[in-house]
Unconditional design. Structure first.
Length: 157
C-alpha cells in the first residue's frame, strides 16, 4: 500500500484536503498547529503531524517560521517516508513539496484551491513556476488559462 502524506495549512485548505479519502492509503496528515486543528489528533490517531503556524502579516517572524518549518518538514518527511505528497496548498506545503520532489524524487500532487477561480494563489504560483509538482490540479476550467500544464478534474467538494 502506498504511503501518502496529505498536507495543507489550517482553515479552508484543510477542509478541502479532508474531502479526499484518506482511508484508502497508509496516510499521514500534516498541518499547522492551531486551536482549530488540535482535535485532529483524536480524529486521526497517530497520523497527524504539526508545523508551526505563520502568517505573512508579520514578515520578519514569518521568515523564521518558514525556515523552521522547512527543517521540521524535512524531519517529518524522513520519519514518514511517503511515496506521494498530496496538498491543497498554501505556504505550509511549499517546503514539503520541495523536499519530496527535488530532494527525494517522490510524487507531488498539488490541488489549487477551489476559492480561486481566475487567479492562482501565491503558493500555487511558486509551486508551478519552480516545478515542485508531478501533477497540478485545478478545480475550475478557467484556471487552465492561469496554469496551462494543469489538469482539470472538477472540484473536490
Amino acid at each position: 500500500m502506498k504511503k501518502v502524506m496529505f498536507i495543507s495549512s489550517e482553515g479552508g485548505h484543510l477542509q478541502e484536503l479532508r474531502q479526499l479519502n484518506f482511508n484508502s492509503y497508509d496516510y499521514s496528515v500534516v498541518t499547522e498547529k492551531t486551536d482549530s486543528t488540535k482535535g485532529l489528533k483524536n480524529k486521526y490517531p497517530g497520523k497527524v503531524h504539526y508545523l508551526y503556524y505563520g502568517t505573512r502579516r508579520t514578515p520578519f517572524i514569518y521568515f523564521f517560521i518558514l525556515l523552521f518549518n522547512f527543517f521540521k518538514s524535512w524531519h517529518i518527511f524522513r520519519k514518514i517516508k511517503p511515496d506521494v505528497v498530496v496538498t491543497t496548498g498554501t505556504h505550509t506545503a511549499i517546503p514539503m513539496c520541495f523536499i519530496a520532489k527535488k530532494m527525494y524524487r517522490r510524487k507531488v500532487i498539488w490541488i489549487e484551491t477551489y476559492a480561486n477561480r481566475t487567479t492562482g494563489t501565491l503558493a500555487g504560483n511558486i509551486c508551478y513556476k519552480h516545478n515542485l509538482y508531478n501533477t497540478f490540479i485545478v478545480q475550475w476550467p478557467e484556471m487552465l488559462e492561469v496554469f496551462p500544464k494543469a489538469k482539470y478534474w472538477g472540484s473536490i467538494f
